[in-house]
Write a new protein. Structure first.
Length: 364
């Protein structure tokens, strides 16, 4: 028998919570066009500046970056991938930047992968800004600089006209030492998101290869800020839809997103390993599952599985969702969520709109 709160079908924390009317994150009443946290941060720096920064850092060894905001982590990642350097790049981020990675599945898993591979060492600067610490504007009190022993690049200018100012020779040694001292004084930081390789390995073990391949294709295809935790379609909505395309049990999906490992482990184990990192708490998927059902994209099928409450199997029933390439699923979801609902909560259809395709009429 599973312990209380284990996430099994007969536990009150799993399928019995499905019909709860308690609102949760990912509420469908949130604006559909609200940009993700990462997208808003990336928009602080135009594409030309990000490309210039990537070019300036690619191929350099021993990079020390201080004052890095969330929006400049993508070009840092791109530059690191173009660089062969046995030592990690030391990156001291502004307050809030590393925390935001725990709410950003695309960028967060990529940065966590770089840390796990020894490519990045992350820290957080102390007392380097207030609520806008993850973004904000460079000032004399919070400079943004990228230093190597032979060159220093600093960000200068107001937001619309930011530019990268480079210096070499002369006082570079002192500037490099100052950047290193700021990094050493910063607090070690942990990305609260699993490395991408570990995430996909767990998906293969907890669910199956097809689902893991879909997740890999989605993470590779999406921009870093394409989806987040705000709006009507969140990263959680996307993961539920991907699982429904392969008829997975809701419990198994919840165990995976909650950081469960192999057989015998459970998402709510009190003795979970210290290295287990979740994409999101499993219980937070319920609102997204219900929203997908309301919009006739998936069905929740109760499946008897021995004593206790039946478990729920997720099944995609919308033709567009079933036929979409993994990289197209997010767009398909947003298209359907853009359609209005009637007063009773059912999907409003146009004059030619047909009914939902019956499960028994589905191929395979």
């Amino acid at each position: 028998m599973a312990p209380p709160g284990s996430g099994d079908g007969d536990a009150p924390t799993d399928e019995s919570s499905v019909d709860s009317d308690v609102p949760a994150d990912g509420d469908a009443d949130a604006p559909a066009d609200e940009p993700s946290e990462v997208a808003a941060a990336v928009d602080e720096y135009d594409g030309e500046f990000a490309a210039a920064l990537e070019s300036a850092l690619a191929g350099r060894s021993g990079v020390v970056a201080v004052g890095v905001p969330l929006g400049l982590l993508p070009p840092l990642l791109a530059a690191r991938r173009r660089t062969e350097d046995p030592a990690p790049w030391r990156i001291a981020c502004r307050p809030g930047a590393v925390d935001a990675l725990g709410r950003a599945v695309v960028l967060g898993t990529a940065v966590a992968e770089a840390v796990a591979a020894g490519e990045f060492e992350l820290r957080t600067l102390v007392g380097n800004g207030g609520q806008d610490g993850a973004t904000g504007t460079e000032t004399a009190a919070r400079p943004l600089a990228f230093a190597t022993p032979d060159r220093v690049d600093a960000v200068a200018g107001p937001r619309p006209d930011r530019t990268l100012v480079s210096e070499s020779g002369g006082d570079i040694a002192a500037a490099h030492e100052a950047a290193t001292a700021r990094f050493e004084a910063a607090t070690p930081a942990t990305v609260e998101m699993p490395p991408r390789t570990r995430l996909l390995d767990a998906a293969r073990e907890t669910l199956d290869d097809r689902f893991a391949d879909d997740v890999a294709a989605v993470l590779d295809a999406l921009d870093h800020g394409a989806v987040g935790r705000t709006g009507t379609v969140t990263d959680r909505t996307l993961l539920v839809a991907l699982a429904a395309r392969h008829d997975h049990l809701f419990r198994d999906l919840r165990r995976w997103v909650d950081g469960a490992g192999g057989a015998g482990e459970d998402a709510n184990d009190a003795g979970r390993g210290a290295d287990r990192v979740a994409v999101t708490p499993g219980q937070e998927l319920t609102a997204d599952r219900r929203a997908l059902v309301d919009r006739e994209l998936i069905e929740s099928i109760r499946v008897p599985m021995g004593p206790g409450r039946p478990r729920i199997r997720l099944r995609a029933v919308d033709e567009a969702l079933l036929r979409a390439e993994p990289s197209e699923v997010l767009s398909a979801l947003r298209g359907r969520f853009a359609l209005p609902l009637d007063e009773d909560g059912t999907l409003r259809r146009g004059p030619g709109g047909g009914g939902r395709r019956p499960v028994w009429d589905r191929e395979g």
